[in-house]
Design a protein around this ligand. Structure first.
Ligand SMILES: [Zn+2]
Ligand SMILES: [Zn+2]
Length: 90
């Protein structure tokens, strides 16, 4: 797929979407994109898919949530730390 077209589609689908963790949007709020000519502006695609139930083999739509990569990373880092602490305390 052509890159510009892909970006335009992203703008379309991400409008109104919120990060699962911080509840903020993904698109810059200070730019007004023009659709239909594959000229959607470049933005920082800090976005990933989080598996809500923690099972990465469960790829049903209901289990997938969009999230910022940064929020996602710190969430999983915290989980790992928690697990480690629990093991150390045991
Ligand atoms: Zn976020
Ligand atoms: Zn995740």
């Amino acid at each position: 797929m052509e890159l510009n077209k892909g970006r335009e589609l992203l703008w379309h689908f991400l409008e109104g979407e919120k990060c699962f963790f911080c509840n903020k949007g993904f698109l810059p709020t200070d730019i007004e994109p023009k659709f239909g000519n594959a000229r959607a502006p470049i933005f920082d695609m800090d976005i990933t898919i989080h598996h809500k139930n923690g099972n990465h083999d469960d790829n049903r739509k209901a289990n997938r949530r969009v999230a910022h990569q940064s929020c996602h990373k710190s969430y999983h880092a915290k989980l790992v730390f928690k697990k480690w602490r629990a093991e150390v305390a045991a």
